[in-house]
Design a binder for this molecule. Structure first.
Ligand SMILES: Cc1cc2nc3c(=O)[nH]c(=O)nc-3n(C[C@H](O)[C@H](O)[C@H](O)COP(=O)(O)OP(=O)(O)OC[C@H]3O[C@@H](n4cnc5c(N)ncnc54)[C@H](O)[C@@H]3O)c2cc1C
Length: 467
């Protein structure tokens, strides 16, 4: 147990760090919040404001039957500072919650500046601090701190970029075409963990043509640097990057030669299509991505194609004609931990109970999900400091499910994840239509959350707009 008098250090004044600092301070804890900007900046931030939105001004859907909408509803119930300021800085955007980014960041900065128990320190943190601490330094954690974290976790458990393959919902895959099998019917995996989409030669050729012609997201300078091996572990003085040959974007690999995919991620060896009794010309393998078995990722399909292009081109794959995407493929500069190896669902570091991680560095994606992990870490750090046990948020809630996913996914293939209904435990009696099913997930989540908050005596912090 940590002494009642101890201060909390929070590193990073982004969405997660600010929420964490606020939640802990509102629970009576003194907080030192460290933000390195403007003394030192990142390749994406432009201002010295706290909680700067580095890209889109949309925080995603606000509809109750969407995953992002459910997460927002949960955070509002939990008294989130980020949601309060976002609601107050809202601009019209249909069913989405979009904000005036200047006004939003200004409100958050005012809230932190005016809090009597938060001291904002404009300084780069270069070592993992002693004492109760939350590290929320984000996807662009400064190299010195990244090196210090890697010394703590082991360099093999800290990553410097995403190479994310798309993930589809199982119930949108045509199982009359895709077949279950592991290569050569062997291996440690259960055959049910892989689905295989078979392609004929003509289907393969058309797929390659469309893939090569598809529109790509333009790479930012620092993402080009990743591709050239100029950032990442090597830049932090750690082991050189071992990334790109094994994790090339699928479209880059395809451009190396017409057969590159057929001999690479789409190789059919060891796989017999039970319907034809023959080996297909090429195969796209889908690997199970969550414990519930509702999500499957396209193995080796990390990509920089624009999202509508991913939908169009990957739906050419037999069996995926109607595929619904839980996550599109992406390749980004990112700093994140192998959370399944390193963190508990309370967001505590396994090797040190008073060290918490929050935000994108935990492997959660998206502005609101990251604010949410800040809330979890802030609540739990305050509880630890006050001598109470940290809380595991209910898995039926989107916030609890995200924390569960990042701490229980397969560590061997761990990649960041955003809110989606595939993370929630299946419903006992799911309604038929997708929208009805999602609405039922949301109703269950909010009912469970309300009951849980009453059970654990979760105090609601007071939040008001900081206009
Ligand atoms: C280029 C880019 C575009 C993105 N676009 C989107 C998008 O459109 N939508 C979306 O939902 N998500 C987007 N993301 C992901 C986005 O960064 C996260 O959703 C969110 O900002 C993460 O919150 P965070 O608090 O973890 O990190 P951040 O918001 O980045 O906050 C981390 C803070 O820590 C500070 N910091 C870093 N190192 C140190 C140090 N050593 N000492 C002190 N302070 C430090 C940084 O200056 C920063 O203010 C994007 C990410 C990048 C890199």
């Amino acid at each position: 147990m940590v002494s009642m008098m101890e201060k909390l250090t929070v590193v990073g004044g982004g969405l997660a760090g600010v929420e964490a600092a606020w939640q802990a301070a509102e629970r009576g804890v003194e907080v030192d919040l460290y933000e390195m900007r403007p003394l030192r900046t990142t390749p994406a931030h432009l201002t010295d404001r706290l909680a700067e939105l580095v890209c889109s001004n949309s925080l995603g859907s606000d509809l109750p039957d969407r995953a992002a909408g459910l997460l927002k509803a949960e955070l509002r119930r939990l008294g989130s500072l980020i949601l309060t300021c976002a609601d107050a800085a809202r601009v019209p955007a249909g069913g989405a919650l979009a904000v005036d980014r200047e006004e939003f960041a200004a409100q958050v900065t005012r809230a932190i500046d005016s809090h009597p128990r938060i001291r904002l320190v404009r300084q780069e943190v270069m070592e993992v601090p002693a004492g109760p601490v939350i590290i929320a330094s984000g996807p662009l954690t400064s190299p010195a701190l990244a090196a210090a974290i890697a010394r703590l976790t082991g360099a093999d458990y800290l990553y410097f970029y995403d190479a994310m393959a798309p993930i589809v919902y199982l119930d949108s895959v045509n199982l009359d075409v895709a077949f279950r099998a592991s290569r050569y019917d062997r291996g440690s995996e259960d055959a049910g963990d892989y689905l295989n989409c078979p392609l004929s030669r003509a289907e393969y050729e058309r797929f390659v043509d469309e893939l090569l012609a598809a529109e790509r997201i333009e790479l930012r300078d620092f993402e080009r640097d990743i591709a050239d091996g100029r950032v990442g572990a090597a830049a932090c003085g750690l082991e050189p990057d071992r990334f790109f040959e094994g994790c090339l974007p699928i479209e880059v690999l395809a451009a190396r030669g017409r057969q590159a995919l057929a001999f690479g991620p789409m190789r059919p060896v060891g796989l017999i299509d039970p319907r034809s009794g023959r080996r297909p010309y090429a195969v796209v393998q889908l690997r199970r991505d969550n414990l519930a078995g509702t999500l499957y990722n396209l193995v080796g399909f990390q990509t920089n194609l624009k999202w509508p292009e991913q939908k169009r081109v990957f739906r050419l794959i037999p069996g995926l004609e109607e595929a619904e995407f839980a996550r599109y493929g992406q390749m980004h500069r990112n700093t994140f931990l192998n959370a399944p190896m390193l963190l508990r669902p309370t967001l505590q570091f396994r090797g040190r109970a008073d060290l918490f991680f929050a935000g994108q560095i935990t492997g959660v994606e998206g502005y609101v999900g990251n604010a949410g992990t800040g809330l979890v870490a802030g609540v739990n750090a305050a509880r630890l400091i006050r001598g109470e046990a940290p809380l595991v948020f209910p898995i039926e809630t989107m916030l609890g499910a995200l924390c569960h996913y990042v701490t229980h996914a397969d560590p061997a293939s761990f990649q960041p994840m955003k809110a989606n209904f595939g993370l929630l435990p299946p419903l006992a009696n799911p309604p038929h239509g997708k929208r009805e099913r999602y609405a039922a997930y949301s109703r269950r989540a909010l009912t469970v959350l309300d009951r849980w908050m009453a059970e654990v005596g979760m105090e609601l912090v007071s939040v008001r707009a900081f206009a």
